[in-house]
Design a binder for this molecule. Structure first.
Ligand code: SF4
Length: 252
């Protein structure tokens, strides 16, 4: 078994149909940054991820994340398109392949108890695409109960404080970071070019700015409070959407 459906049903964000798919159990992930960790993708189950990004339907799996960009409608054609997307995830790669495999029936659904067993002893990356907050809490917490190590990230930390147990709060400003820490999160902050680290932050050692010194499967610092580490992490904006990143007033 290379992967399975961890959850298929209404999004915890807006009730629209989503799927959370685990991959990389048999054939290890080829992701150069994370190394061979099991990867959990959270996708609209009824709309191709390219279309979801172009129409705004990705709100069901990404909420109000600022890196989604904005939807504009061409007045002459009525066609909608995404402008200003700054997310580092390349939709044409992992999300597209996982969605198309899902639609071909490649993945079988497991119960949360079965998922817990399948992930037992594994290193897991939660949210290779999509926000863990879109998965119902009871299903997610049961499935993650026996993993060996994990990394996880959420922009929905205000709405789902329970995620502090195993996710980093994704922050885009120091003001975000202060608010997330007040809720009990460790933080993972995207910083603009030339912006320094804040107090209590360390560099991501797998980042370009640190010479890609290691991979997530060795570092594993991004496990939220589960990791029992004090340092927060910061990384320079990166990926295909980096040119669209607009520093918030707190960063400017
Ligand atoms: S700090 Fe470690 S676990 Fe977090 S993204 Fe960087 S390499 Fe991965």
């Amino acid at each position: 078994m290379d992967g399975f459906i961890l959850y298929q049903g209404p999004s915890a964000l807006d009730g629209q149909p989503i799927a959370a798919v685990v991959t990389g159990l048999g054939r290890p992930s080829s992701n150069q940054k994370t190394g061979p960790m099991a990867q959990i993708y959270i996708l609209r189950s009824d709309i191709h991820p390219m279309e979801a990004v172009s129409t705004g339907a990705d709100a069901s799996i990404c909420g109000t994340c600022i890196h989604r960009g904005r939807i504009e409608t061409d007045p002459s054609t009525g066609l909608r398109s995404n402008k200003g997307r700054s997310c580092y995830v390349t939709i044409l790669h992992g999300p597209r392949m996982v969605y198309e495999a899902l639609r071909r029936g490649r993945y079988d659904p497991l119960t949360p108890a079965q998922a817990r067993t399948a992930l037992r002893g594994r290193k897991v990356r939660l949210g290779a695409y999509g926000d863990p907050g879109a998965i119902p809490e009871a299903i997610l917490t049961q499935a993650m109960g026996r993993v060996r190590e994990m990394t996880g990230y959420t922009h929905l930390w205000r709405r789902f404080p329970y995620l502090s147990a195993f996710c980093m709060a994704s922050c885009d400003s120091q003001a975000d970071r202060d608010a997330a820490k007040a809720l009990g999160f460790r933080t993972f902050r995207v910083r603009a070019k030339d912006e320094p680290l804040a107090e209590g932050e360390g560099h991501c050692p797998a980042s370009v700015e640190m010479g890609k010194a290691t991979r997530c499967d060795s570092c594993l610092l991004c496990g939220g409070q589960r990791k029992n580490a004090k340092a927060d992490i910061a990384i320079l904006i990166h990926g295909t959407g980096a040119r669209n990143f607009v520093p918030t007033p707190a960063l400017a």
